[in-house]
Design a protein around this ligand. Structure first.
Ligand SMILES: Nc1ncnc2c1ncn2[C@@H]1O[C@H](COP(=O)(O)OP(=O)(O)OP(=O)(O)O)[C@@H](O)[C@H]1O
Length: 225
């Protein structure tokens, strides 16, 4: 099966130090891959490479069968690949929750009525019905995390990249979120240190260590979609 997203021999880093050294990674349809590794291992960097927010110093990024290099290339990728940032404050910038969640669908060219409907549907599906008129900056950290996820899901992306999606959630909300994500058909990469995510959601995992990506044995406990 052709990959949705792929990194081939990718190197990345900053003038002071290398972060990734020759990483090979491929995400296929239906997979939910957990990306694990110590703090500072380069997990966020890897997600950002997949959507062109960080560019490789060597190697190739391939999305939907095409090598992507320019900002225009990645603009098209970002219309189909939804990234939920590690810090929800990087995702939310509108006065109200509804405006934030409708922003993405509207930006993709949907009518304002359709964007609003998509936003309200997504909020309801995430158990956030009633949040539409809330003031975004006054939400709790956990509420912000769920709304940040809603901003991405409302765009109905083909692929989801989730950077520590369960951080700061209470146990009941986390369980509900995992169940919700497990029912989605989209392929996803999930950066997580959370055992529940690994056990219940991931279909396999990869681990970054000293800039090298290790492919872990396949997991059996999570159900494949
Ligand atoms: N703009 C930058 N300039 C210099 N170094 C950076 C920059 N952004 C990230 N780094 C460094 O790159 C390394 C990888 O960072 P990254 O955020 O990808 O790690 P991570 O595995 O996601 O970490 P965590 O689990 O703590 O979120 C870290 O050492 C970080 O300090």
């Amino acid at each position: 099966m052709p990959s949705l997203l792929e990194l081939r021999e990718v190197h990345s880093g900053y003038p002071t130090h290398p972060v990734l050294r020759g990483v090979n990674f491929a995400l296929a349809a239906g997979e939910r891959v957990a990306l694990i590794g110590a703090n500072g291992a380069g997990k966020t960097t890897l997600l950002h490479l997949l959507v062109g927010l960080v560019r490789p110093t060597a190697g190739e990024v391939i999305a939907f069968g095409q090598v992507r290099r320019s900002e225009t290339d990645f603009h098209a990728v970002r219309a189909q690949v939804g990234l939920v940032f590690q810090d929800a404050d990087d995702q939310l910038f509108c006065p109200t929750v509804l405006e934030d969640v409708a922003f993405g669908p509207r930006n993709l060219g949907r009518t304002s009525a359709q964007a609003k409907a998509d936003a309200l549907d997504t909020l309801a599906a995430l158990g956030l019905a009633g949040f539409a008129e809330r003031v975004t900056y006054r939400l709790s950290a956990g509420e912000k995390r769920l709304v940040a996820l809603a901003t991405v899901l409302a765009m109905k992306p083909t692929v989801l990249l989730l950077d520590e999606p369960t951080n700061g959630l209470d146990a009941a909300t986390e369980a509900r979120l995992i169940q919700y994500l497990a029912a989605l058909k989209q392929a996803m990469v999930i950066v997580s240190h959370d055992q529940q995510v690994l056990a219940q959601l991931a279909t396999r995992s990869v681990r970054l260590d000293s800039g090298v990506l290790h492919h872990e044995p396949r997991m059996n406990s999570a159900k494949h979609p």
